[in-house]
Design a protein around this ligand. Structure first.
Ligand code: HEM
Length: 511
C-alpha cells in the first residue's frame, strides 16, 4: 500500500512538472514572454530562458541588467544570481572572498581537464599555487624570456600575413591569433616549439586540436545538464573530451619526463627559463606533493588561462580597429613615434627588436585601445562564484548557501550607470588624461577579474598583446573582407567569435 502511494505521488509529481514545463514552453514559444516577467521579481526567469537565448546569451543578460543590475534565475534545486553592480562584485571577489569560492560545481566541471590546477581549486591548494606562481610571474627571467618569444613569433606572424597581403586574399585572423598564442604560451610554458603558426607540425596540430576540443567540451559542461551521463556512457562531447585528455596527457607527461632527465643532467638550473622547468626545480623541494600529475595540472591551467583569453582579446581588437579606422591610424602614429620607425622600416626582425620594454611602456594610446576592447568584449564574459554560507549583497539581494553568484563582465562594460551615456561606443580616449593611461577600479573594469584571485597573467598578456599589435599594425592596414558584416560571439567560457574573422591586410611598408 505504502509502495503504491509512493508510486502514485511520483507519477503525479512527474505529470505536474511535465505539464508546467509544457505550459511554460507554450507561452514562451507563442508569446515570446516568460511567466517570470518583471512582476515576479526578484525572480526574473528560469534556466530555460538561458537555453532559449543560448545564441545571444550575453546580450540577453545585458538587456535585463540595464533595468535591473542584479537579478535572479531559477534552475533545478537552486537559484542563480546575476549581477552587473560593481558594489556586489567587490563584495564577492574581495570583501567576502572567504564566502565565495569556485564551488563544487565548477570544480567538478573543470576537474577532468584541469585536475588540481590553480583554475579549478580553492583553499590551501590555491594559496600554494598562487604564491609560487606569483613569484615566478614577477621574475625578471620569465619576463625577458616571454618577451623574446612574443617578438620572435610576432615576426613569424608578419611573414604569415605578408603572403595573404601580397596575394590580396582574405584570411581568418582569429585562427591565426589562436595559433600565435598557442605557440607562444607553449614555448613559455614548456620551452618547446609547437609550430602551429608554421602549419606543418603534425604533433602541433594534434595537440592544438585536442587542447581546443578539451576546452570546448569542458565549457559545454556549464550549460549541459546531461554531461555526466554522456561522460559515463562515453558519448558526444564528453567522449571527445576523454580522447582529448588522453592526447594532452601523453604529450605533457612525455615532456615532463624529458625535462626531468635534462634537469638531472644539467648543473646550472638558473638558466631554465620556461615555466615547467622552473616548477620542476621547485618540485625538488617537495617531490611527493609536486609529483608529475600535479605539475601537469599546474601547467595546463596556465595554458588554458592564457591562450584563448589573449587570442580572443586580440581578435576583437582587430575587429574594433576595422570598424574604427581612425583609431587604427592613431595607433600606427604612436608606434612610429615610439619606435622612431616609418614606412621605410621594412626589416621585420629589426622592427620587432625595437619593441623594447621601454617602448611598450610608452604605448599609452595602444594600451587604452586594448583596454577599451576588453571593456566591451571581455575574454571571460561571465564568471561565477558559489556561496559557502547565506549572505546579503550590498544592494540587498539575499544569497542562500549553495547559490551561484555570477558577475556579467560583458554587461558591465555596456552599462550607462557605470561608464556614462557613451558606454557602448568604442572610445580609447575615455582611458586617457593628457595622453596618459588612467586605470579604472578593477571592480568596474572587471575583464581581468579582481581581488585576491585577480588574473595572474595580466601584465604578461598586456605585453604580448602590445608586441603583436605593434608588429602587425606597423606593417599592415587591416579591413574587413566584407565591410558590411558584423561579427557575433559564440556562447562559451571565453568570448570567441562565431565563425571566422575574415580580414584583408594591405601593406603599409614597401616590403
Ligand atoms: C587578455 C588576456 C586575459 C584575460 C582577459 C584574463 C582574464 C582572467 C580572468 C577573468 C580570470 C579569473 C578566472 C576565474 O578565476 O574564474 C583570470 C584568472 C587567471 N589568469 Fe588570466 N586572463 C588573461 C590572460 C592570462 C594569461 C596570458 C595568463 C598566464 C599565462 C593568465 C593566467 C591566469 C591565472 C593563472 C588565473 C587564475 C588566478 C587565480 O585563480 O588565482 N591569464 N584571468
Amino acid at each position: 500500500m505504502e509502495l503504491l502511494t509512493s508510486l502514485a505521488i511520483i507519477v503525479l509529481a512527474t505529470v505536474v512538472i511535465v505539464l508546467c514545463f509544457t505550459i511554460y514552453l507554450f507561452i514562451k514559444i507563442f508569446t515570446g514572454k516568460s511567466i517570470f516577467d518583471k512582476e515576479y521579481a526578484p525572480v526574473h526567469a528560469t534556466i530555460f530562458d538561458l537555453f532559449f537565448h543560448k545564441d545571444d546569451l550575453y546580450d540577453y543578460e545585458t538587456e535585463i541588467a540595464r533595468e535591473k543590475p542584479t537579478f535572479r534565475f531559477l534552475s533545478p534545486g537552486q537559484s542563480e544570481i546575476l549581477t552587473a553592480d560593481p558594489r556586489n562584485v567587490e563584495h564577492i571577489l574581495k570583501t567576502r572572498f572567504d564566502n565565495y569560492t569556485k564551488g563544487h560545481n565548477s570544480r567538478q566541471n573543470l576537474g577532468d581537464l584541469l585536475g588540481h590546477g590553480i583554475f579549478a581549486v580553492d583553499g590551501e591548494k590555491w594559496k600554494q599555487q598562487r604564491k609560487l606562481a606569483s613569484f615566478e610571474f614577477s621574475a625578471r627571467v620569465l619576463r625577458d624570456f616571454s618577451c623574446s618569444v612574443f617578438r620572435r613569433n610576432a615576426s613569424k606572424l608578419v611573414g604569415f600575413v605578408t603572403e595573404f597581403a601580397l596575394s590580396g586574399k582574405a584570411f581568418d585572423a582569429q585562427d591565426m591569433l589562436m595559433r600565435y598564442t598557442l605557440d607562444s604560451i607553449f614555448k613559455v610554458g614548456f620551452g618547446v616549439e609547437l609550430k602551429c603558426l608554421d602549419g606543418f607540425s603534425k604533433e602541433g596540430e594534434e595537440f592544438m586540436e585536442a587542447f581546443d576540443e578539451g576546452n570546448v567540451a569542458t565549457s559545454s559542461r556549464f550549460i549541459d545538464p546531461l554531461w555526466k551521463l554522456k561522460w559515463f556512457l562515453n558519448i558526444g562531447t564528453q567522449a571527445r573530451l576523454k580522447k582529448s585528455i588522453d592526447t594532452i596527457d601523453k604529450f605533457v607527461y612525455r615532456l615532463i619526463t624529458t625535462k626531468r632527465k635534462e634537469l638531472a643532467e644539467e648543473q646550472d638550473t638558473a638558466v631554465r627559463e620556461d615555466i615547467l622547468s622552473r616548477f620542476l626545480v621547485e618540485s625538488e623541494k617537495d617531490p611527493d606533493k609536486m609529483n608529475d600529475k600535479y605539475l601537469r595540472d599546474i601547467i595546463l591551467s596556465f595554458m588554458i588561462a592564457g591562450k584563448d583569453t589573449t587570442a580572443a582579446a586580440l581578435s576583437w581588437f582587430l575587429y574594433m580597429l576595422c570598424k574604427n579606422p581612425l583609431v587604427q591610424e592613431k595607433i600606427v602614429q604612436e608606434i612610429r613615434d615610439v619606435t622612431s620607425s616609418d614606412e621605410k622600416t621594412t626589416d621585420v626582425n629589426g622592427f620587432v627588436k625595437s619593441i623594447t620594454e621601454e617602448a611598450l611602456d610608452k604605448m599609452q594610446y595602444l594600451h587604452a585601445a586594448l583596454s577599451e576592447t576588453l571593456r566591451l568584449y571581455p575574454s571571460v564574459p561571465v564568471d561565477v562564484r558559489c556561496a559557502e554560507n547565506d549572505d546579503i549583497l550590498p544592494d540587498g539581494y539575499r544569497v542562500k548557501k549553495g547559490d551561484n553568484v555570477y558577475y556579467i563582465a560583458y554587461a558591465m562594460g555596456r552599462m550607462t550607470y557605470i561608464w556614462g551615456q557613451d558606454a557602448e561606443e568604442f572610445k580609447p580616449e575615455r582611458w586617457l588624461k593628457d595622453g596618459v593611461f588612467q586605470p579604472e577600479s578593477p571592480f568596474k573594469f572587471i575583464s581581468f577579474h579582481a581581488g585576491p584571485r585577480i588574473c595572474l597573467g595580466k601584465d604578461f598578456a598586456s605585453r604580448q598583446m602590445k608586441i603583436v599589435s605593434m608588429a602587425l599594425l606597423h606593417f599592415f592596414r587591416f579591413k574587413m573582407a566584407d565591410e558590411k558584416s558584423n561579427v557575433h560571439y559564440k556562447t562559451m567560457l571565453t568570448l570567441h567569435m562565431e565563425g571566422a574573422l575574415c580580414l584583408h591586410a594591405i601593406p603599409r611598408t614597401s616590403t
